[in-house]
Write a protein that binds this ligand. Structure first.
Ligand code: F6R
Length: 367
């Protein structure tokens, strides 16, 4: 049942190339320059009239939504807000019939996310669900359902569901961009071409697992660490930090790199591990200067960067893991895999129950 792996989590990490392909299958035209989302029950007119988007979810699904926001705002230029479902439902969100509410849920059963969906309906919005479970409560109540084809996820810590949500968001952003005319066919094709390369590129990340294991064993001796990043790298930092806490019980914080000096830098001391996500060309210099700030205070810095930037980054860090080159908006689909492996091996080194971390349930059907 675990396909030769010791844990479901590791099996599911390795299923990501397939999950990417399955989530894209049937949703791209033969020429590879258009996305077809026939499951969206929105007319072109309705799509053109969307004034704002609210992406609502919990935990890892919320983190996928942060990546989704970057894609939608970047490609479609519609304003997007991200909300944690348990906050959204009680903050009297401002929803109108021209709002598109997107709820994201692997299980489709999360109580707060379901309540957020109903909140969206109460405001007259169209609610689109991105979920992994076809017959789930959220799928049944939503107006449109975009199914992630990740297959069943058994490990409590979500891996392939998150990355499939990222792929689903990319498809959705491309589709909205076509309808609203914000990206040309050539631009759409370039992104789809890059998405088609992701499955093999994930394999390249997986091939580095022995090195990642060694690093994970070194952080397992620490009580605290930091993840840093800017833009989507910050989104991945948040997901990496959650995964590490969840299964290794090592405390970590994810910080927007530029925000450190507004207080948290006081916590950086000799020998503290800092994991810096540095894949975004547009802010790379800024991230490197933040890395230098923590280095100067004695931090041990690991960078997660890409082939194009590793030479620059290596001048300022102790060690780096390198992801293959892809488009800036797609890096989360690769960089997060490094953080999944890190969390897995740290949990293993500390002899925790990787698939069933303490105090947690796979599906949170109570608020
Ligand atoms: C963390 C994790 C949780 C879930 C969250 C939402 O690894 O799995 O944070 O992402 O409980 O669950 P779904 O997506 O089922 O709504």
């Amino acid at each position: 049942e675990k396909g030769g792996f010791e844990h479901f989590m590791m099996k599911e990490i390795h299923e990501q190339p397939k999950a990417y392909r399955d989530t894209m299958r049937g949703r791209v035209n033969a020429e590879g320059n258009r996305v077809i989302l026939s499951e969206l029950n929105l007319t072109e007119e309705q799509i053109k009239n969307i004034t704002n988007i609210q992406i609502v979810a919990c935990g890892t699904a919320y983190h996928a939504g942060l990546v989704g926001r970057n894609m939608i705002e970047g490609l479609v230029r519609i304003p997007v807000e991200n909300d944690i479902a348990s906050e959204y439902r009680y903050r009297s969100p401002i929803v109108s019939p021209s709002t598109l509410v997107i709820v994201v849920s692997q299980s489709g059963e999360t109580a707060d996310t379901l309540a957020a969906l109903r909140e969206g309906h109460a405001g007259g919005a169209h609610v689109l669900a991105i979920t992994n479970v076809v017959g789930s409560s959220i799928a049944r109540e939503a107006d449109s359902v975009l199914v992630t084809q990740a297959g069943p996820e058994i490990a409590v810590a979500s891996t392939k569901a998150y990355t499939s949500q990222v792929i689903a968001f990319a498809l959705l952003a491309l589709y909205l961009a076509e309808v609203r005319g914000t990206q040309s066919e050539e631009q759409v094709k370039a992104i789809l071409d890059a998405m088609n390369e992701l499955p093999e590129q994930v394999e390249e990340v997986l091939a580095q697992k022995e090195a990642i294991k060694l690093y994970a064993e070194s952080i397992a001796e620490h009580d605290h660490l930091f993840f840093l990043g800017r833009g989507v790298d910050w989104a991945v930092a948040q997901e990496g930090s959650l995964k590490l806490k969840e299964i290794s019980y090592i405390h970590s914080e994810a910080y927007a790199a530029g925000e450190l000096k507004h207080g948290t830098l006081a916590l950086i001391e000799e020998g503290i591990p800092v994991i810096a996500l540095a894949t975004q060309e547009s802010v790379l210099e800024k991230t490197i200067s933040n890395i230098k700030e923590v280095k100067a205070r004695g931090a041990d810095v690991l960078a997660i960067t890409d082939e194009a930037h590793v030479n620059d980054v290596l001048k300022s860090v102790d060690q780096a893991f390198v992801i293959p080159k892809t488009l800036p908006l797609l890096t989360p689909a690769l960089s997060v895999v490094v953080t999944q492996l890190l969390a897995y091996y740290a949990s293993l080194a500390l002899q925790h129950d990787v698939d069933k971390p303490r105090n947690l349930a796979k599906s949170v059907t109570v608020e």
